[in-house]
Design a protein around this ligand. Sequence first.
Ligand SMILES: NC(=O)C1=CN([C@@H]2O[C@H](COP(=O)(O)OP(=O)(O)OC[C@H]3O[C@@H](n4cnc5c(N)ncnc54)[C@H](O)[C@@H]3O)[C@@H](O)[C@H]2O)C=CC1
Ligand SMILES: NCC(=O)COP(=O)(O)O
Length: 336
Amino acid sequence: MNLPPLIALTAGEPAGIGPDLCVALAQQPFAAQIVVIADQYMLEARAHQLGLPLQITPYDGPQSAVPHANHVGNGTLLVQHVPADHHVVAGRLEASNSQYVLQTLRAAVAGCVSGAFAAMVTAPVHKGVINDAGIAFTGHTEYLAEQTDTEEVVMMLVGGGMRVALATRHLPLTEVSAAITPAGLERTLRILHADLVRHFGIAKPRILVAGLNPHAGEGGYLGMEEITTITPVLEKLRAEGMQLLGPLPADTLFAPHNLSKGDCVLAMYHDQGLPVLKHASFGGGVNVTLGLPIIRTSVDHGTALDLAGTGNADAGSLYAAIHLAVELAHSRQRSA
Ligand SMILES: NC(=O)C1=CN([C@@H]2O[C@H](COP(=O)(O)OP(=O)(O)OC[C@H]3O[C@@H](n4cnc5c(N)ncnc54)[C@H](O)[C@@H]3O)[C@@H](O)[C@H]2O)C=CC1
Ligand SMILES: NCC(=O)COP(=O)(O)O
């Protein structure tokens, strides 16, 4: 029998909709036990603003969670309190709370690494305000890799019947071509392939690899990366038995008859793959980090400062992220 895993949920940027989603979660049952890592007074204030009930039970280690209990959804939340540095106003960013945001992430990582948590789920952070605080930050993905001493990770989004992984992530477009190297692409494909087998139970994953240029380079007339970099890597890995289709022209790759030929798409850059997935699944998609020693899933949207404290934030993506984290935790438990 699958016992309900203990999942950490970081509330993200306190001025954004992360706290609203945590308050919504308090009203929603789950077949897991969930520990929200956040400032508990900020959560209470947001619940008050939203007019929703919230009763907090403090979490200060595995001994404070009832073994094998589920998240009941009766307005209560188990909370690991991390104090914010500055008073929080919904919708108003405050750079001096950036260290607090990162501290919640470190607390979740520490709990996952120690085995106290089976997985972590993240509500959105605001990359800009963390940089405004003088901290170089491109995203959870890179930060969690650094915190777990992981050399290479892969971002994959799941939603709308698709899985879309990225060969490059948060980079200016002008830097994308140089960032696609044979060694990097090979590492990305190895991680993607291994995690599709290990975590998603796909025995022989079929990966659809996009080209970088229009028409996948049109035989070299519209760009050379397909010929110099992508194809040689695909040939090398195919020779080892991986099922890789491509490089495929990205404009038609996402047509249903092509998508049905694969289990996952590897897009060459962020806005080649994610707009398609988000069009099909916004509000229900999940971002999962592959290659980490811990399980991490996340919402597919940002901080939506315009909606914080209004009651109009849709919690669907958070619920989907928790469901996937629970599924991955069970799958890891079974294979342990
Ligand atoms: N996982 C994470 O931590 C992510 C963080 N971000 C960060 O969020 C910040 C804001 O990014 P934006 O590009 O403005 O994207 P955004 O996703 O915050 O907002 C885009 C639009 O979608 C709406 N929206 C977003 N989430 C919603 C929800 N749950 N329910 C209903 N409507 C929703 C917003 O109101 C807005 O109109 C940036 O700093 C970005 O880097 C963006 C994506 C993921
Ligand atoms: N576009 C996805 C995104 O911005 C989330 O990135 P991360 O914070 O999960 O690395």
